[in-house]
Design a protein around this ligand. Structure first.
Ligand code: SAJ
Length: 416
């Protein structure tokens, strides 16, 4: 394909940056991936991956073998720079943009006139504009974009990533892509890059609207999950099976309720709605309440487990899953992890943790002598209580006979 972009530098080789870098490399571009984590850089240069995501290993191996993808610890010159670093929150649910600004500062020395900078990290409204201001300070010589015009200097856009962990490789290509330009010329430049690999529609807007669009998608999902979680508490008190219940209104043509669970985890849905609340605390009442409902669910599950365990002097509790959702290894903000760690601290018995996607218990369990990482068969054999915290396929496939005479707490409704 004829394109002005032949060399791209991707800053941040995590769940978004690495798949994006490998996808661009698979389209024949020369891609330099940058990460401060040397272990990640070395692993990628061996054609391997440091994270679990279906099909990513094959894509990265091919990209590295072809010579189109290289990982380094410092940015190098390129025509386009993609920033895909974390935007967590810090104390008081305030956005922590330190990684984004550190990435900009790292690329600033190698930038040239005409380059394109894309912010993919989910960001509060105004972040792209703040980057433009910072860039003007860092490299006044570049004709950096100011006052909504790039004046033919450096182009800047926010193109939020919107892929679902577990389906990243497919969604990266097939999803529609929102491109928010700092000015219309910036948006057009960025569209030229995404056209190289996106099969979905490319929709142009301004940077602020793009920032808010991404936050809105995740807040919408959070509110819908909070509705399901609230229903699960109501149904529990009334002796109604919430999963059976939800199937019924969902047969209505205009009702589509999501699923309750042990809480909402991950680095996106459990975090991003707070960026809206932080910016408009007086108006974002529903969004805040949804966050509070979802954040309270792990405590409710924990209390339920402890109540059911009371009849045993030293209960053996099998906790199935630690990840924040099914079939991935990601433990960030995971409600399952929160519940299991607390259980290890307050349970008098033994905790048999099953998580097929990790090799050792994470740091949260340090000092918890009563907790062990075991395989599924051992846990099912020994446990008095079986608690499903994650709907990994291997758990869904457990034959019902293996659960006979066990107390089962199924927070995901997989054995309904
Ligand atoms: N969950 C439920 N019930 C449901 C659906 C999800 O309890 O019915 C829980 C999950 O178990 C998990 C959490 O919510 O703990 C979040 O999982 P998810 O699958 O809803 O979303 P993420 O965080 O993996 O990815 C989301 C996606 N956003 C939307 O679907 C609107 C994805 O498209 C975004 O790219 C991603 O956030 C992101 O990076 O922002």
């Amino acid at each position: 394909m004829n394109s002005k972009f032949s060399r791209v530098c991707v800053v941040g080789l995590g769940y978004i940056g690495l798949p994006t870098a490998a996808t661009l490399a698979s389209r024949g571009l020369d891609v330099v991936g940058v990460d401060v984590n040397e272990h990640a850089v070395n692993t990628i240069n061996q054609g391997k991956v440091h994270i679990v995501e279906p099909e990513l290993d094959v894509l990265v191996r091919a990209a590295v073998l072809s010579g189109n993808l290289r990982a380094v610890t410092k940015p190098e010159r390129a025509q386009a720079f993609i920033i895909a670093v974390p935007t967590p929150f810090k104390n008081g649910m305030k956005p922590d943009l330190s990684y984004v600004f550190a990435a900009l500062e790292a690329i600033a020395p190698v930038l040239e006139r005409g380059n394109l900078i894309i912010l993919e990290s989910t960001s509060p409204v105004g972040t792209t504009e703040a980057l433009a201001q910072r860039l003007a300070e860092l490299r006044p010589d570049l004709g950096t974009p100011t006052q909504r015009s790039c004046k033919g200097g450096v182009h800047l856009a926010h193109c939020p990533e919107r892929v679902l962990p577990g389906k990243v490789i497919r969604e990266l290509v097939e999803n529609d892509r929102i491109i928010g330009g700092y000015c219309p010329c910036c948006a057009a430049e960025a569209a030229g890059l995404y056209k190289l690999f996106v099969r979905g529609q490319i929709i142009l807007t301004d940077d602020k609207t793009a920032e808010m669009a991404k936050l809105t998608e995740n807040a919408f999902r959070d509110v819908n999950i909070a509705f399901a979680n609230e229903l699960s508490l109501i149904c529990d008190g009334q002796g109604i099976n919430v999963w059976e219940l939800i199937r019924l209104p969902n047969r209505h043509p205009r009702v589509s309720i999501l699923q309750p669970g042990p809480g909402v985890g991950g680095h996106c849905i459990a975090v991003d709605p707070w960026f809206i609340v932080d910016a408009a605390p007086e108006h974002a009442r529903l969004i805040r309440t949804a966050r509070e409902i979802n954040d309270a669910k792990p405590r409710w599950v924990l209390d339920k487990i402890l109540t059911r365990a009371e009849r045993f002097k030293n209960p053996r509790i099998a906790c199935l899953g630690l990840a924040f959702k099914a079939n991935i290894d990601d433990l960030r903000e995971s409600p399952a992890l929160k519940i299991a760690v607390e259980l290890a601290q307050c349970c008098p018995g033994e905790l048999l943790v099953v998580e097929p996607f990790i090799d050792a218990l994470p740091a949260g369990f340090d000092g918890a002598a009563n907790a062990r990482l075991v395989d599924l068969d051992e846990a099912l054999e020994a446990a008095d209580l079986v608690v499903v915290l994650v709907d990994h396929d291997v758990f869904t496939a457990v034959p019902r006979e293996a659960l006979a005479e066990k107390i089962v707490i199924d927070t995901r409704g997989i054995w309904n």
